[in-house]
Design a protein around this ligand. Sequence first.
Ligand code: PLP
Length: 379
Amino acid sequence: MVQRVSSRQMPGLRMATTIDASKLTVTKTTTPKQKEANADLLFGRTFTDHMLEIDWDTENGWHDPKIVPYGDFQMSPASSALHYSVQCFEGMKAYKTADGDIRMFRPDCNMERLNNSMERLALPAFDGEAFMDCLKTLVKLDESWIPQEEGYSLYIRPTAIGNSPYLGLTAPNHAKLFAILSPVGPYYPNGFKPVRLLADTKNVRAWPGGVGNAKLGGNYGPTIKPGNDAMKDGFDQVLWLFGEDHQVCEIGAMNVFFIMKTKDGKTEVVTPPLSRGDILPGVTRRSILALAEESGDFVVSERAITMNEVHTAWKEGRLMEAFGAGTAAIISPINLIHYKGNDIEFPTGDDIGPVAKSFWRQLCDIQYGIKEHEWSIKI
Ligand SMILES: *Cc1c(COP(=O)(O)O)cnc(C)c1O
C-alpha cells in the first residue's frame, strides 16, 4: 500500500531557489580513461571522464553544483526514481566545428523542456541559464572527448531524479539533477538507411491528457517490448497510433513528418499537433517546421493525420516522403509502413527523399557552424 503523506515541508531560511553557477566546484579525475577510435563508438556506451551533479532538498533548495569524476551514485533504495519513475531526462548535443569551436544547438529549448518535465513530476524548478553555465564548463573540461568529424558529436544527457529516502507517493523532498556525456558517431555511418515501420494497432505510447508530451523515463521503458516484437517481424521501429481512427503519433522516440501533395498540387509538410498532449515537443521538429515555413516552398501543417488519410494519399499517389526527426538521428527516412496487413511503400525507396535531405543538410550546416545561425551557440 502506498501511503499519502503531506508533501510540503517547511522550507529552511536560507533556501536556494536557484542554481548558483558561480559556486560550481570541479574535482578532476586522477585516472583519465582511454579513448576509443571514432569508428568504434556505439551510442551511449562510452562516457567521458566527468559528470555534473546538483542536489536539491526542500530545506536547502539547490546545493552548490559540482563536477566530479564519472562514476556510480549512492542512493536510497527507497528513492522515488526507483519506485515511481520520478525521473525525466533530456537529449542534446555539442558539436566540434572544423575551426575547433564547440557549438550547441538551441540548448535553451532543452532547458525549458526539462523544467516542464520536472514540473509534471513535482520536482523543483531550476534556472536553465545557470544549469547551462555548469554544463558548458563540463563540456569544455571534457572537450578532448568531442570527436571532430562531421556526423560525430558529444551527446549530453541531463537527467533529474527524485531521491527522497521514503516510499510515500508524494512530491520528493530530495532530488538530483545530473548530466553525463557520451561521444557518439553518425546514426547512419554508411549513408541513410530508410526504416521499415510497423503501425502498431495494439500498444499505445501516449494519449491526450497523458504525459507523452514530457520526456519522462516512464514513457520509454514500456516501448522496448513492442519495438522488439516489431523487429522480430522484420520491422525497424514502431509507428505509434492512438484512438479508434488510428491517428499517427510518433515513430519510436522521434517525431514524424509526412510530405504529401495536396489535391491542388502544393507540397504539404505535415506533423501531428502538440495541442493534444500526446506528442513530445521535439527541438528538431520545431526547427524543421521553422525552416519549412521560412522557405515559402510548402504548406506547413501541424494537424491530426490518420492512417486512413496516409493510406488514401498513398493510393492516390500523393504520398511523397516520410521521416522521423530527433536529436540522435536528426532525420530518419521511412520507406515502408505496414498497417493492418497492407504495406504502404514510399516512392523514395532505399533513398532519402529530396525534402528530407534538404532539411537534414540545413540542420547539419547550422549545427556544425557551416552556416551561421542564431540557433547554434558557440560555447
Ligand atoms: C526526445 C524525443 C523526440 C525528439 O526530440 P528532439 O528535441 O528533437 O531530440 C521525439 N519524440 C520523443 C518521444 C522523444 O523522446
